[in-house]
Design a binder for this molecule. Structure first.
Ligand code: KIV
Ligand code: ZN
Length: 557
């Protein structure tokens, strides 16, 4: 019998908040960020970071611009202890960066934490104990008062230890761990009891961090909890309300965003959302969400590949190719209609106007990515994407009718290969199909003369070792050559489409000429490329006829 049975679970109770205000708000400013990569992130790794990895990640976090960084749990880990010492003793903490350390509200751990911090310029001491009903009843076997006592004693010891080291600028943070599983009135009661010890003022505020230690509700419920808490906690103006969401339901970013709408000032999280179980809130995503709405995220995420590289190197965790903003495929479109829309929007893009490109929420270049990756070709791609690649990499501006002709060939090729088709392969296919001089006939010499307003063309065609001579008349060299080929092949040939352009990618000022002919009722395309525009036109015509000859075995007249 399967044990998959939803009746085992109960739904999360909603919060009675009839006049909730957060749904009508908009985030207009970045919150204070705190990276907890070196603590919460590190605690979740199969192999915790080495000193070298921590050091690398620290440098990266500083480079990104974090001003508050939780560097470890020094009383619980000797490696964290040593790392904190290393940062302090080697003066590696910039003036505008504050380190944060975590400790449980236990006397021995608090004392050891302060020992680790000797000589630090400025520190946030983050103390926590668990407050949820399940933790109180099943883990600690304590009532509310017992849990408040732990928090208050911890807060008192933190205050007293700090007073013994007045040269350090101290800031205090308290987390009622498992806040989201705690009755709201009790969360307020215990936080009030802690702040009564610390006596914050608006000038010297205290951080109250409200963790979704395990995410168990929809993000709107979390927002309700935050708004309710902010409305009921004492001395709100002297508190920095901080969020710390985990991603068990996959909504950690949404929960933090709604929590900020609900009144929070500060957000804790990690790069790419590394952390316990399904991870912490991903700061990259939340910050980039702000950025994409025109809000300064106050973090520099302009070199996303470097951030990705460091994160991978330090955590040994892969980053999903579709991870928001950072993944390797997030700006790539394979589908034909998407490619077409992107191509059109990029072509019309006015750099002075706000970004508005279909299927691209931000400009990939902003985070160090290129348009190379935006359009990639596989069997689902269409004419727009294929034309985009040929233009971007080879300077070819295919007219629409040729895009249609060519895209069918690329699709068939991709289906046969059962893989992505790189830009070089697309060009090679284009070259072999339309441009190659390897068709049945090759154009030799030609001459054009004009008599009584009519052009006359004489040309030689090489067919293996045989040389043919042909002639035709018309208005202009193109019409004369088409006439000559009609006479030569005995087929009815009509010029349907013609377009040309100079090749911007070419150093020799080459021109490209695109031709479509109707040959006995069927259409064939050809392309000529030469530094001489007449030669390019004639090559294009012959390319189309050679293609038809290859298909229909046109017999020489
Ligand atoms: O997730 C959590 O509750 C924590 C606390 C220690 C803040 O990491
Ligand atoms: Zn956590």
């Amino acid at each position: 019998m399967s044990s998959f049975d939803h009746r085992k679970y109960k739904s999360f109770a909603s919060i009675a908040l009839p006049n909730r205000r957060w749904p009508d708000r908009v985030i207009e400013k970045a919150p204070r960020w705190c990276s907890v990569d070196l603590r919460d992130g590190n605690q979740a790794l199969i192999e915790p970071m080495t000193a070298r990895q921590k050091s690398l990640l620290w440098d990266q976090l500083v480079k990104i611009g974090f001003k508050e960084i939780e560097v470890g749990f020094p009383s619980a880990s000797s490696h964290d202890y040593e790392f904190v010492r290393e940062l302090i003793e080697n003066d590696r903490i910039p003036d505008d960066v504050t380190i944060q350390v975590l400790t449980q509200a236990r006397p021995d751990l608090i004392e050891k934490t302060f020992k680790a911090l000797a000589g630090a310029r400025r520190v946030i001491v983050h103390v926590y104990n668990s407050t949820s009903t399940v933790q109180r009843e099943q883990v600690f076997g304590l009532d509310r008062k017992g849990i408040v006592d732990i928090a208050v004693k911890g807060a008192e010891l933190v205050r007293d230890c700090a007073a013994r080291h007045p040269k350090t600028e101290w800031m205090f943070e308290y987390s009622p761990e498992s806040f989201t599983g705690t009755e709201l009135d009790f969360a307020v009661e215990i936080c009030d009891a802690v702040t009564a010890v610390w006596q914050p003022t608006p000038q010297r505020p205290v951080i109250i961090n409200l963790p979704a230690t395990v995410e168990a509700s929809t993000p709107n419920v979390y927002a309700d909890q935050i708004e309710w808490f902010c409305d009921h906690v004492a001395n709100r103006e002297s508190l920095l309300i901080s969020l710390h969401t985990h991603n068990d339901r996959g909504c950690a970013v949404a929960a933090s965003e709604l929590g900020v709408l609900a009144g929070a000032d500060r957000v804790e999280g990690t790069l790419m959302g590394n952390g316990e179980r399904t991870g912490n809130m991903d700061i990259i995503t939340m910050a980039m969400n702000l950025y994409s709405q025109g809000v300064d995220p106050e973090l520099n995420l302009g070199d996303m590949d470097e951030i990705l590289h460091t994160t991978r190197e330090c955590t040994h965790l892969p980053v999903h190719p579709r991870h928001p903003y950072a993944g390797e495929l997030v700006f790539t479109a394979f589908s034909g209609s998407h490619q077409d829309a992107i191509k059109k929007c990029l072509a019309k893009r006015d750099d002075s106007a706000p970004w508005e490109v279909a299927y691209l929420p931000i400009d990939p270049q902003d985070i160090g990515r290129s348009y190379q990756e935006v359009i990639r070709i596989n069997s689902q791609s269409g004419k727009g994407g294929i034309a985009f690649v040929l233009q971007r990499d080879y300077g070819l501006e295919l007219p629409r009718w040729l895009q249609i002709d060519f895209s069918g060939l690329v699709q068939a090729y991709a289906e046969e290969q059962e893989t992505e088709v790189g830009s070089e392969a697309v060009y090679q296919l284009f070259h072999d199909t339309y441009l190659a001089a390897s068709g049945r006939w090759e154009l030799g010499n030609y001459q054009v003369s004009r008599e009584d307003g009519v052009d006359q063309l004489q040309a030689t065609l090489q067919e293996g070792s045989t040389k043919h001579t042909l002639s035709g008349t018309g208005s202009g060299v193109v019409a004369s050559f088409v006439d000559a080929m009609q006479v030569f092949t005995g087929k009815h040939i009509v010029l349907v489409e013609y377009s040309e352009h100079a090749l911007s990618h070419s150093a020799d000022a080459e021109a490209v000429c695109y031709i479509q002919l109707n040959i006995d009722g069927e259409r064939f395309c050809g392309v000529g490329r030469s530094s001489d525009i007449v030669q390019a036109s004639l090559d294009g015509i012959l390319g189309a006829i050679n293609r038809a000859a290859g298909r229909a075995q046109i017999a020489a007249a």
